[in-house]
Design a protein around this ligand. Structure first.
Ligand SMILES: Nc1nc2c(ncn2[C@@H]2O[C@H](COP(=O)(O)OP(=O)(O)OP(=O)(O)O)[C@@H](O)[C@H]2O)c(=O)[nH]1
Ligand SMILES: [Mg+2]
Length: 453
C-alpha cells in the first residue's frame, strides 16, 4: 500500500439515493478524473470549486455529475481530492468506480482517507479516532463528545505537557553523560512540580471516562427478578412494543431478549432475562444461569419484585444476594395495583420505585431513577471527555509511570532509572495523539473505519 497511490471509494451509503459521492485522493486524483470528464479542464481550476459536466468512457456517457476539487494541502487528506457527485444509483456508482480503477486509481482501504489525513499531519490520532466516533454516534451526546475531540479536545494540552516532560528527560540524560561527576541539570523540585501538574490534568481525564464510556457505548441494563415479577411486561412497556412474550406461567422467558432506547440522551440496552429460581427444567436452568452471568456483566440492574405476592423477608433475602453482585441496582416494586397495603408501608423506607408495568403506571419515576443512578450530564461544546478505551488505558499507564518517577525521587533513585520511567510516560502519552505509532497500532485503529472514510 503506497501513500502515493490515488485511492477511490464511495463516500456515501450503499444503495439507492438522490445523490452519491465518490471520492478520489492522491497526487493524480484531479488529473485522473479530468481524463474522463467532459466539461471544463479541471487541471486548470482552482481549489474549492465545483464543476458540472459528464463522465464518459470513450464515447459512452456514464452520468451527469458535479466534480468538487480540493487541491493539496486544502483538503481532508492534504492531498489532491476530487469528489464526484453522481446520481445515487448502485449501477452508476459501480461503472464510475470501475472507470476510475481502469485509469489508475485503486480501491481505498477502510479508513484510508482519514489515515492519510493523520499521516500527512492534518489531524492527530485521537482526532482521527473521533472522526469514526462521529460517524458511529448513536446519540446527540455521543456526537457532541466526538466533535469536541475532533476539534482538538485534550490533544493540545497533552502535547504541551509532553514537550515539557521531554525537556526534563533530555536534561536527566545529559547528567548521565557526565558519569561520575555530581551534576544536576534537571532540578528535582521543578521536575516534581511538573509531574504533579501533569498528574492532576490526567486525573481529571481518567475520571471523565466513566461518563465518557456511558455516553459513547451506552448502558447495558439488565431487568432481573423472580419468575412472574413482570420483567417482560416492563421491557415491552419501556420499548412501547410487544417484544417479549408475557404470560402468567412462571418461567416464560428463557433466552435473554434485548433492545435499545435513548433516555436523557443516553443509549440504554435493556435486557429482559429468565426469572431467577431453582428449577428442574433443564432449559430453564440454563436460562437462569445466563441471567446470573448477565447480571454480573451489567452496568445497571433493574430488579423487579412482585408486590402482589412477595413477603418482606423474601424481599430482604433477595436484596442481600443482589448486593453481593456489586453492580449498581434499582429496586422496582411491580404490580402496585395489586399490592398489599401493609407490605407497601413496610417498604416505605427501602428506596423502592413503585410501578405497574402492565398499566404503564409510574414508569417516568423509574426512568428518572435510572438516569439519576447513571448520573451523566449532557455534553456541551468544548467539554473535554475521554470516551475511548485506548486513551483511558494509556492515561492510566502514564499515571503509573509518573508515580514511579515521584516515588523514585523520594527514595533518591539514580537518574538513569528516573529517565527510564519518564521515557515510559512519554511513550504512553505519545501513543494517544500519535506522536509515537507502530504499524500495528494504526492497523488496529483504521481497520475499524468504514471504506470511504
Ligand atoms: N396486576 C398486574 N399484573 C402484572 C403487572 N405486570 C405484569 N403483570 C402480569 O404478571 C404476569 C407475568 O408477567 P411477565 O412479564 O411474563 O413476567 P416475567 O417476570 O417476565 O416472568 P418470567 O419470564 O416467567 O420470568 C403476566 O400475567 C402479566 O400480565 C402489573 O403491573 N400488574
Ligand atoms: Mg419474562
Amino acid at each position: 500500500m503506497s501513500l502515493h497511490d490515488t485511492i477511490v471509494a464511495l463516500a456515501t451509503a450503499q444503495g439507492v439515493s438522490a445523490i452519491a459521492v465518490i471520492r478520489l485522493s492522491g497526487t493524480d486524483a484531479i488529473s485522473l478524473v479530468n481524463s474522463v470528464f467532459r466539461g471544463k479542464d479541471l487541471n486548470n481550476q482552482p481549489t474549492q470549486t465545483a464543476h458540472f459536466g459528464y463522465i464518459t468512457d470513450e464515447e459512452n456517457v456514464i452520468d451527469e455529475v458535479v466534480v468538487t476539487l480540493f487541491r493539496q494541502p486544502h483538503s481532508f487528506t492534504r492531498e489532491n481530492i476530487a469528489e464526484v457527485s453522481c446520481h445515487g444509483s448502485p449501477v452508476v456508482v459501480k461503472q464510475l468506480i470501475k472507470l476510475f480503477l481502469k485509469h489508475g486509481a485503486r480501491l481505498a482501504e477502510p479508513g484510508e482517507f482519514t489515515k492519510r489525513a493523520f499521516l500527512n499531519g492534518r489531524i492527530d490520532l485521537a482526532q482521527a479516532e473521533a472522526v469514526a466516533d462521529i460517524i458511529n454516534a448513536e446519540t446527540d451526546n455521543a456526537r457532541q463528545a466526538a466533535i469536541n475531540q475532533m476539534r482538538g479536545g485534550f490533544s493540545k494540552e497533552i502535547n504541551h505537557l509532553r514537550e515539557e516532560l521531554i525537556h526534563f528527560a533530555s536534561l536527566i540524560e545529559l547528567e548521565l553523560d557526565f558519569g561520575e561527576e555530581d551534576v544536576e541539570f534537571a532540578k528535582r523540585e521543578d521536575l516534581k512540580e511538573l509531574i504533579l501538574r501533569i498528574q492532576s490534568y490526567i486525573r481529571v481525564l481518567i475520571d471523565s471516562f466513566d461518563a465518557g464510556n456511558v455516553i459513547k457505548n451506552g448502558v447495558p441494563t439488565v431487568i432481573a427478578g423472580k419468575p412472574n415479577a413482570g420483567k417482560s411486561t416492563l421491557l415491552n412497556a419501556l420499548l412501547n412494543e410487544e417484544k417479549a412474550i408475557v404470560s402468567d406461567i412462571p418461567g416464560t422467558t428463557r433466552d435473554a431478549i434485548e433492545d435499545e432506547i435513548i433516555l436523557g440522551g443516553i443509549n440504554f440496552r435493556f435486557v429482559d432475562t429468565a426469572g431467577l429460581r431453582e428449577t428442574e427444567d433443564v432449559i430453564e436452568a440454563i436460562g437462569v444461569e445466563r441471567t446470573r452471568e448477565r447480571m454480573k456483566k451489567a452496568s445497571l440492574i433493574i430488579y423487579l419484585f412482585d408486590l402482589s405476592s412477595a413477603k418482606l423477608e423474601e424481599i430482604e433475602a433477595e436484596e442481600k444476594q443482589l448486593r453481593e453482585i456489586n453492580v449498581p441496582y434499582i429496586k422496582a416494586g411491580n404490580k402496585i395495583d395489586k399490592a398489599d397495603p401493609q407490605l407497601l408501608k413496610n417498604l416505605e423506607r427501602h428506596d423502592f420505585v413503585f410501578i405497574s408495568a402492565s398499566q404503564k403506571n409510574n414508569l417516568q419515576a423509574l426512568k428518572d431513577k435510572i438516569l439519576s443512578t447513571v448520573h451523566v450530564q449532557s455534553v456541551k461544546t468544548g467539554d473535554v471527555l475521554v470516551t475511548n478505551l485506548r486513551h483511558f488505558q494509556n492515561l492510566t499507564l502514564t499515571q503509573e509511570s509518573l508515580q514511579r518517577v515521584l516515588d523514585g525521587m523520594k527514595q533518591g533513585t539514580t537518574g538513569d532509572f528516573l529517565a527510564m520511567d519518564i521515557r515510559q510516560a512519554l511513550h504512553y502519552l505519545g501513543e494517544i495523539t500519535g506522536s509515537i505509532t507502530t504499524e500495528d497500532l494504526l492497523e488496529n485503529i483504521f481497520s475499524r473505519f468504514c471504506i470511504g472514510k
